[in-house]
Design a protein around this ligand. Structure first.
Ligand SMILES: Cc1cc2nc3c(=O)[nH]c(=O)nc-3n(C[C@H](O)[C@H](O)[C@H](O)COP(=O)(O)OP(=O)(O)OC[C@H]3O[C@@H](n4cnc5c(N)ncnc54)[C@H](O)[C@@H]3O)c2cc1C
Length: 302
């Protein structure tokens, strides 16, 4: 099938793009990498009156680090994030999550802004944004606002962005030095969307202590779910095998996944348990390795 007819605009600036969105009164769509939007157009599941192509808008593709924060422009390609030394150094969880998105050609076109705005429940970036405690900067005719992940994602493929607003920047605090992390997911074939994914971050020094833990799902509900009660088990009981197993069991109780053609709710709940344990074990291995190489003040390696 071919898309329904639409007007096409390629604005040179963010202001021009926002003016076009306002002019079409909610009937225009932004085009970023096109990796989700173009299939929807081709199947005529989306029939916008106009496409506002961001690929020629200046100043939307960058990765900057300063004062412990990383700022990423909305049109930054997933591939640029995957290979960025700044991201590998300060946000290794985001680098790992990026390698799990589709295939390299998709990541060469797909953008971080497009992925977050599309809000697919199985996508890696909404989960990574939630796990990393990041924010998005949104601009529209009424000015600029900054939203945390919990304020952005509203439901299946739905965000709180108004039709005349666009996402311009993603802001992420750098991960603490020596944090253990892992992004684990299960999909039927390499490159498919995850049936369930889990992002894990653990921070701690010596003796299996855990000063802070983050566990966030993908594909286990309409939006990413932060598994706070499971994190608390680790913060209270440490990073022993028994605590990991208890946290993973608790994680499965905290999700209410859907059943669909890909998997039943029970299967997804079981995957949540299995992948939480797997992600935590890998994160803890990294944490131990990093802390052996660079022990905290007052601690000795080995
Ligand atoms: C075969 C295949 C496999 C894939 N596998 C995965 C996967 O495993 N994991 C995964 O996460 N993704 C996957 N994707 C999707 C891919 O990551 C997309 O790149 C991403 O979902 C959308 O980004 P985009 O830049 O292509 O956005 P587009 O497709 O151009 O746009 C998507 C939506 O976001 C809106 N939008 C775009 N930019 C902005 C902005 N700055 N502000 C506001 N709204 C905006 C558009 O109007 C549209 O509604 C896959 C895609 C394909 C084709």
């Amino acid at each position: 099938m071919k898309p329904a007819r639409f007007d096409y605009h390629a604005p040179a600036s963010v202001d021009e793009a926002i003016a076009l969105l306002a002019r079409y009164g909610g009937e225009a769509k932004l085009l970023a990498g096109g990796q989700s939007l173009v299939p929807l157009l081709n199947f005529r599941l989306s029939r916008p009156a106009a496409l506002v192509d961001l690929n020629r808008a200046a100043g939307l593709a960058y990765i900057h680090e300063a004062a412990g924060h990383v700022r990423i422009g909305a049109m930054t390609r997933q591939r640029a994030i995957e290979f960025s030394p700044v991201i590998r150094r300060h946000l290794p969880l985001l680098a790992e999550a990026t390698t799990l998105i589709g295939h390299l050609p998709i990541r060469s076109r797909g953008t971080i802004g497009g992925s977050l705005a599309h809000a697919d429940p199985s996508a890696e970036y909404p989960t990574a944004l939630t796990a990393l405690g990041g924010q998005v900067v949104v601009r529209g005719p009424r000015g600029e606002r900054t939203l945390a992940a919990g304020e952005l994602f509203q439901g299946y493929l739905t965000t709180t962005l108004a039709a005349d607003e666009m996402l311009v920047e993603v802001r992420l605090p750098a991960m603490p030095d020596g944090a253990g992390f892992a992004f684990e997911e299960f999909s039927r074939r390499h490159g498919d969307f995850a049936i369930v994914g889990i992002a894990a971050i653990v921070v701690g020094h010596g003796g299996g202590r855990c000063t802070s833990a983050r566990l966030v799902t993908a594909g286990a509900g309409p939006i990413p779910v932060r598994l706070r009660a499971a994190e608390e088990i680790l913060e209270r009981e440490g990073l022993s095998d028994a605590a990991v197993e208890a946290a993973a069991r608790r994680a499965a109780e905290l999700v209410a996944p859907p059943s669909d053609i890909h998997a039943s709710a029970d299967y997804r709940r079981n995957l949540t348990r299995v992948l939480t344990a797997r992600a935590l074990r890998r994160a803890i291995t990294r944490l131990n390795l990093l802390n052996t190489l660079s022990p905290a003040p007052g601690e000795r390696a080995g």
